[in-house]
Write a protein that binds this ligand. Structure first.
Ligand code: HEC
Ligand code: HEC
Length: 410
């Protein structure tokens, strides 16, 4: 074989390889196992909305229409300025962009997104409420959020929403006798309100609480309609599932795809951020730092106890569920070190629009979040479930690029 012939063959081989592998770009290869994971994260895999047996009005459109009005009505607060939407602004992904939410006062935690929470058995970072309606009754009487009391609220319902209320829930009791129904009155920490509440008859307290509960059930019916939208990631998966790799690769960039590979692979984010909402709705200690000057926060350790003791839980007299429908509450883990500073992973859909991050806004950017995961620091209390990732700066940025593909296409 002459030297010249060898060179020629070499050139030919290189050329044909170029045609096969280089010039005509090959779609990203995914293994069957990976495709299965992609499909599980795809919005098309979201199962039908689970019914909430504790709320018989959950899927009643009239209840939802009333709930929507209540969600935006600032009269339901002690200063007339705070509504649910103050901290859950639809223009801001139902959040407020603040590290700690601001109502009548300042809370110790960051507001959470609402979209898709009807799929979660637990509400709040620590899951101290076991339904959306029970959750809604928390901020209304929290001294730092809406700051009002239930006697004030049921009177407002009578004055402003009587017909809409009665169309769904039946006759509204007459709360006009101020000596029987004083304001403020509620089982809250404010001494005057608590004393007024104690002075009421058990029957009157029950009548007020029933209407208050129905407000929560109407708000929950509205919240059940709030869902994340389709994202570029979902369009990508749709093409992959249709075996149309060429189209898929026009939807996401190389960096975004590399980030997705890391997210479901080497970085193992899907250990906790799985399913079509990117959350397992369970509680995990991820070693998120403590913010100085805030009261001690033990996360799920306290949240589980509060869910058990909650006046409005699934097993309460205000729930429409039969006891056998309350298995989440009955069989939940109530103690142990795994609950210490364990929090619920929020959905990662639309996450890029929702800075700052974590339960008290510990990180201002996604870069901060990803450095935290890469370094996996020891937890301030209990044990972190994270492991060192050893990813490069380039890889961390690829994961961030991927997270940005989870934004709803408006
Ligand atoms: C002052 C701001 C503020 C107001 C007002 C407010 N929230 Fe929130 N919301 C928060 C904060 C902060 C959290 C997380 C609190 C925690 O975990 O302790 C939260 C959590 C939630 C969650 C839990 C989501 C999840 O994934 O677990 C829902 C649902 C919710 N709020 C709905 C409402 C509704 C309904 C109202 C009105 C009745 C309301 N919020 C009023 C700040 C607010
Ligand atoms: C062991 C479970 C677990 C793993 C693994 C995990 N996360 Fe999380 N993630 C959580 C929990 C829990 C929170 C909320 C923690 C808190 O606020 O204290 C969270 C919060 C987040 C947030 C902030 C969301 C918000 O709205 O505040 C982002 C972003 C995030 N995770 C991305 C990732 C990425 C990317 C990976 C992989 C590198 C990952 N997570 C791996 C459990 C986990």
């Amino acid at each position: 074989m002459t030297k010249r012939y060898l060179i020629l063959t070499g050139i030919l081989l290189t050329l044909s390889a170029g045609i096969l592998f280089g010039c005509s770009a090959q779609p990203t290869a995914w293994t069957d196992a990976e495709v299965e994971i992609l499909q599980s994260l795809w919005i098309g895999s979201l199962p039908g909305l689970p019914t909430d047996p504790s709320n018989q009005y959950g899927d009643n459109p009239q209840a939802a229409a009333l709930g929507e009005k209540l969600f935006f009505d600032t009269r339901f607060s002690s200063n007339g300025e705070v509504a649910c939407a103050t901290c859950h602004d639809p223009e801001k992904n139902f959040q407020d962009g603040l590290p700690r939410a601001q109502g009548v006062g300042t809370t110790n935690r960051r507001a959470m997104p609402i979209a898709g929470t009807a799929y979660s058995p637990w509400m709040f970072w620590d899951g101290r409420k076991d339904s959306q309606w029970a959750q809604a009754l928390g901020p209304l009487e929290s001294a730092v959020e809406h700051g009002g009391t239930r006697t004030q609220y049921v009177k407002l319902i009578g004055a402003n929403y009587k017909d809409e209320y009665e169309a769904v829930f039946g006759a509204l009791p007459d709360f006009s006798d101020a000596s029987r129904f004083p304001e403020p009155a509620a089982p809250v920490s404010d001494e005057a309100a608590a004393a007024n509440w104690e002075a009421m008859t058990a029957e009157d307290r029950e009548a007020v609480t029933r209407v208050y509960v129905n407000m929560g059930k109407a708000i929950a019916a509205y919240e059940r309609t709030i869902m994340p939208g389709e994202s570029r990631f979902d369009q990508y998966v749709e093409s992959v599932l249709a075996n149309d790799g060429a189209t898929a690769d026009t939807i996401l960039s190389d960096d975004e795809i590399a980030g997705l590979k890391l997210f479901i692979g080497a970085a193992n984010c899907t250990r906790c951020h799985n399913g079509a909402l990117f959350t397992d709705n369970d509680f995990h200690n991820t070693g998120v730092p403590v913010i100085e000057n805030l009261p001690e926060d033990t996360g799920r350790a306290l949240g589980a106890q509060q869910a058990l003791a909650d006046e409005f839980n699934c097993l309460s007299v205000y729930s429409d569920a039969a006891p056998e429908d309350c298995s989440e509450l009955k069989f939940m883990l109530t103690e142990g070190e795994a609950l210490e500073r364990a929090y619920k992973p929020p959905s990662l859909r639309d996450v890029a629009q929702r800075a700052p991050y974590m339960h008290a806004g510990q990180f201002t950017t996604l870069q901060g979040v990803l450095s935290h995961y890469n370094e996996a620091p020891a937890a301030p209390m209990g044990h972190t479930e994270l492991e060192l990732l050893h990813l490069s700066e380039v890889q961390l940025n690829q994961i961030i690029a991927f997270l940005e593909t989870l934004s709803s296409i408006k």
